[in-house]
Design a protein around this ligand. Structure first.
Ligand code: NAD
Ligand code: LMR
Length: 338
């Protein structure tokens, strides 16, 4: 992989003097579903990320407009739009990170699992193309139901002989973003300083925020912890209901997706101690996939970190979530292997 200094032109020399002696590797990021509600904002945020040198924007509808629009922004990356199935291979070729927000969102009254019938097929097709065109890319799965789409991706990659569990991630960062925001509001601490691990999966009670490990520490009552936990678990539904039929979280998800992709890029570039929560292949519990804190590195997952000490309330939540998470994982595996 070629190394290109950020200080190649006189103008960038002035603008990016802080990078004068640093070499920033070339990194290609592909966004699949780039013209959607999440896709557009996420494409914008990836265009603003100085770690990205090439940005491939793929969607089956409205790609040219989004790609032209984003491409005018005067940041490092070169933007190319890819508009049809025939162009998917080119969009993926050489990608280091592939972010997948392609698929239908919820409407009020639906669960994430209600999206399975449509999104499972979309994700399967996209992952078959990834296996063919960029088998070494880190895959950031956003499409719901994440508890099933990640196992689907794993099975597709296994079938193609390209599966590397270190390179497949379910994006659960939005749960962490919400937990931090809600905790800061109750604990009256600066939100920028807050850290809260969120483990399990990404749907309802499978989302388990570990407020007992939240920092900065605050002395919150059991009632407040219970309410914070429920609000984090229902955060997606809160947005779906507020949007009243016009989709689910897009802006906060784009923010969360950009944070997670940035962490993947930093890991690839050798930045030490990059840690984010993600739904990955795991031995932390008896379930084959589980979200927990993960150390990211040059190969993707460097280490899946354990759960740490849990409160009795969290231990109970962990046992409660296992049957639902197990059945969502099995549903995904069954779909991809039948
Ligand atoms: P959206 O309908 O606004 O956008 C989806 C985009 O996917 C559309 O532009 C559509 O053309 C495109 N698309 C459909 N099939 C495609 C294919 N085969 N290839 C490429 N693109 C394709 O939906 P949205 O609000 O952006 O949500 C997208 C998905 O993300 C949903 O499944 C939603 O549930 C999920 N989501 C996940 C999280 C999370 O935390 N992981 C958060 C929010 C939303
Ligand atoms: C979210 O958590 O916002 C997403 O999973 C979208 C949804 O359907 O709730």
């Amino acid at each position: 992989r070629s190394i290109k200094s950020l200080t190649t032109s006189p103008s960038s020399h002035v603008l990016r003097r802080g990078y004068a002696s640093e070499a920033v590797p070339e990194r290609k990021v592909a966004v699949l579903g780039a013209a959607g509600g999440i896709g557009q904002s996420l494409s914008l945020l990836m265009k603003l990320n100085p770690l990205v040198s090439n940005l491939a924007l793929y969607d089956i509808a409205n790609t040219p407009g989004v790609a032209a629009d984003v491409s005018h922004i005067n940041t490092r990356s070169e933007v190319v739009g890819y508009a049809s199935d025939a162009e998917l291979g080119k969009a993926l070729e050489g990608a280091d990170v592939v972010i997948i927000p392609a698929g239908v969102p919820r409407k009020p009254g639906m669960t994430r699992d209600d999206l399975f019938n449509i999104n499972a097929g979309i994700v399967k097709g996209l992952c078959e193309a990834i296996a063919k065109h960029c088998p070494n890319a880190l895959v950031n799965m956003i499409s719901n139901p994440v508890n099933s789409t990640v196992p689907i991706a794993a099975e597709v990659f296994k079938k193609a002989g390209t599966y590397d569990p270190k390179r497949l991630f379910g994006v659960t960062t939005l749960d962490v973003v919400r937990a931090k925001t809600f905790y800061a509001g109750k604990a009256m601490v600066p939100v920028a300083e807050v850290n809260v691990p969120v483990v399990g999966g990404h749907a309802g009670i499978t989302i388990l925020p570990l407020f007992s490990q939240a920092t900065p520490k605050a002395n919150l009552s059991d009632e407040v912890i219970t309410a914070l936990t429920k609000r984090t678990q229902d955060g997606g539904t809160e947005v779906v209901e507020a949007k009243a039929g016009k989709g689910s979280a897009t802006l906060s998800m784009a923010y969360a997706g950009a944070i997670f992709a940035d962490a993947c890029l930093k890991g690839l570039n050798g930045v030490p101690d990059v840690i984010e929560c993600s739904f990955v292949q795991s031995t932390v519990t008896e379930l084959p996939f589980f979200a927990s804190r993960v150390r990211l590195g040059k190969n993707g997952v460097e280490e899946v970190l354990g759960l740490g000490p849990l409160s009795d309330f969290e231990k109970e939540g962990l046992e409660k979530l296992k049957p639902e998470l197990k059945s969502s994982i099995e549903k995904g595996i069954k779909f991809a292997t039948q």
